[in-house]
Design a protein around this ligand. Structure first.
Ligand code: HDD
Length: 705
């Protein structure tokens, strides 16, 4: 809303009521137009020094049409502050969305750890969590094919614990020293400044084709895991093994997992691309609207616990971040849940300034020797210094612990505290109340023995790069396998260098010969490139259905959206029935009409629309209903937005409820009939079909690899 300022005195040299003038009892909006005064208790607008500003519309000029004076310290303060509004965006994960919430422990891990956040059942620990894409800049869209970062800051009574994970349980590389190369390869190519937020380009695949350890992650990023339907429908993983340490100093390895209450769900690639155009803020808006509606997103929090002796039996090294421990091998133990229940008050001060560091742990949680994690322990603190510009970034409200904290660190840029007394060192005898170390309560690193020779050596146990990639691919449903193969064809088709395409197809052979054949055929190869010489034999691993998305979808419409397309003459009773059935099933419903003012229904009443047809395509919904009169259908058959609405819904494998009148629009759009296209009067059939995608339909709408 425009800020309005009351003028008490006409400005010198300007006529009352004209631009540049100020008349009593009138207000002027920033644009200069005059408004009636809005009564209220507005505090005075001041400079940052507390000086009340008399005029926020005009800078100080030598005369009304003369030059602006350097003397205008009010203008200079305002513009200077504005010029410095942005801080460097995150080098990765620049685009993100965050929320406040709480973590509630339901099962104590007391025998494993001294971390109170994992031992005090029923205690609600405040959290702040940020979910992000990786490759794009902060203004990029929400739905590129990309990993989602999922960072959680637990404000525990023993200090802040940051769990900085992703929605995929493995990573591209085994050693942190490769991270800058990986990120340079995936980001916009440096000479041309594109593509934004995309892996489908030469430098990414060139680097990946030279990095066999990335092959497991390649399977995950080419799967629909990187196309989430909603941030409320992604899993999260701490990825690395961490160590839990109990009161006796015993160590147990742990991996952290969190699973969404709404189940997993993804979009179709073509749909994700179209969403980016229709609503670049699709995920951010979805989370905002869900929290505003009181539908608080929730995740189940679990651990996988295992000992060194058990780890020694695994056919892979758990310190290698390109490997996961299948749920079938070490089951997940559910120990709690977390909920997002409050949107930040201010995007910049919270979502932008939040600083996560994997090095932020609490007593009872320790790191493992995973070389990727070890490098991360350095990188994040360094990044915060560069982004936030001060070693006092922990004093920002979103970053400050919610338990007492203090030490003898002093001064620095933007020191906001007011440390008292003459003692700024430890130990001291001069002060009774300065902070001291606490051997009993303090953080102790796990006392694990270390032996061996120093060197830049990758462990032999890290050499198998294909077995888990194969396990992942073979654990997918046929539909998901086809999506992986097609994604590879799409991505590699964007690669200009033939040798890079060939090198990638070569890597697919040890993963699965059929996959390699499908991708080679999709790229139009006339012969299969030679398979690479694998550094370790490929093991056959047990299938793990827990790696699927389809297997982890929930039979629910909770959190899903239904769009109902109407026009003048639509049947209000049918619309009402469908809308009620959908909302009863937990979905949100939006009415889409050619005019946002609504449509005049068959009974003469007006029904307001939530969205205008051209700006509300069916990609924004999980299922649609098309409720039209014959005349309405005929009129919409001439509208490309209406044709696209139904054709995309069909092409994106969504359920479509249609009444007799609406059928004409489906025919005009060449939309076929199948089990997912149901009579609008059979609302139960529609609700059942809307809970899933019509996977069987896919072969009739597109050629998959
Ligand atoms: Fe990282 C940000 C997750 C490897 C260096 N990372 C960042 C964020 C997430 C992750 C979720 C965004 C946090 C936020 O919302 O502010 N990163 C991961 C995961 C990794 C990983 C799950 C592997 C398992 N990262 C990784 C390595 C390095 C970094 C190996 C460097 C050696 N990551 C950074 C960073 C960022 C970051 C440059 C950028 C912004 C920030 O830290 O705060 O330091």
């Amino acid at each position: 809303m425009d800020k309005k300022i009351t003028r008490r005195k006409p400005a010198r040299g300007a006529a009352p009521g004209k631009p540049g003038s100020t008349a009593p009892d009138e207000t002027r909006a920033a644009g200069g137009e005059l408004h009636q005064h809005v009564h209220g208790t507005h505090p005075a607008l001041t400079t940052n020094q507390g000086l009340v500003v008399s005029d926020n519309q005009n800078s100080l000029r030598a005369n009304p049409r003369g030059p602006t004076l350097l003397e205008d310290f009010i203008l200079r303060e305002k513009i200077t502050h504005f010029d410095h509004e942005r801080i460097p965006e995150r080098i990765v994960h620049a685009r993100g969305t965050a929320a406040h919430g709480y973590f509630e422990l339901t099962q104590s891990l007391e025998s494993y750890t001294t971390a109170q956040v994992l031992t005090e059942v029923g205690v609600k620990t405040p959290i702040f969590s940020r979910i992000s894409t990786v490759a794009g800049g902060s203004g990029s869209s929400d739905t590129p094919r990309d990993v989602r970062g999922f960072a959680i800051k637990f404000y525990t009574q023993q200090g802040n614990w940051d769990l900085v994970g992703n929605n995929i349980p493995v990573f591209f590389i085994q050693d942190a020293i490769k991270f800058p190369d990986l990120i340079h390869a995936v980001k916009m190519e440096p000479d041309r400044g594109f593509p934004q937020a995309a892996t489908a380009h030469d430098t990414f695949w060139d680097f990946i084709s030279l990095t066999p350890e990335a092959m497991h992650m390649v399977m995950w990023i080419m799967s629909d895991r990187t196309l989430p339907r909603s941030l409320r429908m992604v899993e999260g993983f701490g990825i690395h093994s961490f160590q839990l340490v109990n009161a006796a100093g015993d160590v147990t390895f742990v991996k952290f997992h969190w699973r969404p209450k709404l189940g997993l769900q993804s979009t179709i690639w073509d749909e994700a691309c179209k969403i980016a155009g229709a609503d670049p803020d699709f995920h951010r808006r979805d989370l905002f609207e869900a929290i505003a509606a009181g539908q608080f997103p929730e995740w189940e929090f679990s651990v996988q616990l295992f000992t060194q002796e058990e780890a020694d039996q695994f056919p892979f090294d758990h310190l290698d971040a390109t490997k996961l421990i299948a749920e079938e091998l070490v089951p997940l133990k559910v120990i709690g849940r977390f909920v997002f229940d409050r949107w930040p008050d201010n995007f910049f001060t919270e979502t932008e300034q939040v600083a996560f560091c994997p090095s932020h742990v609490v007593p009872g949680i320790d790191f493992s020797n995973d070389p990727l994690l070890q490098g991360r322990l350095f990188s994040y603190l360094d990044t915060q210094l560069s982004r936030l510009g001060s070693p006092n970034f922990h004093q920002l409200p979103v970053n400050a612990p919610k338990c007492p904290f203090g030490n003898q660190q002093r001064d620095g840029h933007m020191q906001m505290g007011q440390p008292l007394g003459r003692v700024s060192y430890e130990p001291s005898t001069l002060s009774k109340d300065s902070s001291r170390e606490s051997p009993s309560k303090g953080f102790h690193s796990a006392a694990v023995p270390e032996t061996g020779s120093k060197g830049r050596i990758r462990a032999e146990s890290f050499a198998d790069h294909y077995s888990q990639a194969r396990q992942f691919y073979l654990s997918q449903t046929a539909y998901e396998q086809a999506h992986i193969a097609s994604a590879l064809v799409f991505e590699l088709s964007k690669v200009e260098h033939l040798h890079v395409r060939e090198a990638m197809v070569a890597h697919l052979q040890p993963i699965d010969a059929d996959l390699a054949n499908r991708v080679a055929a999709g790229l139009g190869f006339d012969k299969m490139p030679d398979a690479p010489v694998a550094a370790a034999p490929v093991h056959e691993m047990a299938s793990s259905p827990a790696l699927q998305i389809i297997g982890k979808m929930k039979d629910t419409l909770m959190g899903r959206a239904i769009g109902i397309l109407i026009a003048d003459g639509s049947d209000g009773a049918v619309i009402k029935e469908i809308a009620k059935a959908a909302t009863d099933a937990g979905a949100s419903v939006k009415i889409v009409a050619p005019k946002v003012g609504g449509a005049k229904l068959a009974d003469g009443s007006m029904l307001a629309a939530d969205g205008q047809l051209a700006g509300t395509p069916s990609v924004l919904f999980d299922a649609v209903a098309v409720i039209l009169s014959e005349a309405g259908s005929k009129a919409l058959s001439m509208e490309s937005a209406a044709i696209d609405f139904v054709r995309d819904a069909f092409g994106h494998l969504k359920a479509i409820a249609v009444d007799t009148g609406g059928q004409a629009l489906l025919r005009a759009a060449n939309v076929g009939q199948d089990a997912g296209v149901v009579d609008a009067n059979d609302k139960n059939a529609f609700i059942a079909a809307a809970k899933t995608r019509q996977w069987e339909r896919e072969k009739s709408v597109r050629t998959l690899a």
